[in-house]
Write a protein that binds this ligand. Structure first.
Ligand SMILES: NC(=O)c1ccc[n+]([C@@H]2O[C@H](COP(=O)([O-])OP(=O)(O)OC[C@H]3O[C@@H](n4cnc5c(N)ncnc54)[C@H](OP(=O)(O)O)[C@@H]3O)[C@@H](O)[C@H]2O)c1
Length: 216
């Protein structure tokens, strides 16, 4: 697929590497293309452009910007350039305030997620929450002792979720579909839980696994 990634940070670069590894075409979109000069030297097949360029390029887009800037980045990408397209939403609504004893602060609340806010403003974009509940170093074909990790996803569009599930299969994840956009109220805070061992013990390499009871 042609994948347009909105972002230039650790997540954008990690996922871009994964898409390239699995044979997709990639364009990263940023306000400052020069900041990716070193990265593109190492990844010559990737293209770099503006947020709008990446959105136009995309058959599948990825939103990988700071949570506080997510709406602004989508506006700059252009709602019309993303209309009808599946967009993987990796963002978390992390506030600028410092964590308390390793627990991140959010600018949303438990009755309204960032993804719902974005879906409301960008009604024609087919958002799918994914990749927000693990670290960038674990996103592409991670190897864990406990086997294949689980990625929790949600979104209002079933076809978009099937496309994202296909990508997660390629990237070595089992997918747990939690339903519509409201489920992001539960999936986004998984990032708080995921980060606690990092802040407390500098352990940033782990993932969640959903275990199913197989008794008849
Ligand atoms: N880091 C992780 O391991 C991890 C794991 C899971 C989920 N996440 C989530 O994934 C997202 C990306 O994380 P990250 O660590 O890669 O990057 P980040 O440091 O959170 O954000 C950097 C990106 O945000 C963009 N940005 C900042 N202000 C902007 C604005 N006003 N308008 C448009 N773009 C703006 C930057 O764009 P420019 O290139 O234009 O400067 C850059 O691409 C975040 O929401 C984070 O919570 C992170």
């Amino acid at each position: 697929m042609k994948v347009g990634i909105l972002g230039s940070g650790d997540v954008a670069k990690a996922l871009a590497g994964g898409f390239l590894k699995h044979g997709h075409d990639v364009m990263l979109g940023t306000r400052t293309p020069a900041k990716l000069a070193d990265w593109t030297k190492k990844n010559p097949k990737a293209r770099v452009g503006s947020l709008a360029d990446a959105a136009r390029f995309a058959e599948l887009a990825v939103l990988a910007v700071k949570g506080t800037a997510a709406a602004e980045a989508l506006r700059a990408a252009g709602a019309a350039n993303l209309a009808g397209k599946p967009v993987i939403d990796t963002t978390n609504p992390i506030a600028d305030a410092l964590p308390a004893n390793g627990v991140l602060k959010f600018f949303t609340n438990l009755d309204e997620s960032l993804m719902e806010r974005l879906q409301r403003e960008f009604g024609d974009v087919r958002l799918v929450k994914a990749f927000n509940s693990t670290g960038h170093a674990c996103m592409v074909n991670p190897k864990f002792k406990g086997g294949e990790p689980t990625m929790f996803i949600c979104g209002n569009d079933e076809a978009a979720k099937r496309i994202v599930t296909g990508i997660l299969d390629q990237f070595g994840w089992e997918t747990a579909d939690m339903g519509k956009a409201e489920a992001a109220r539960a999936i986004e805070p998984l990032c708080m839980l995921w980060c606690i061992p990092g802040f407390l013990r500098n352990d940033w390499v782990h993932a969640f696994k959903l275990l199913m009871d197989v008794r008849p």
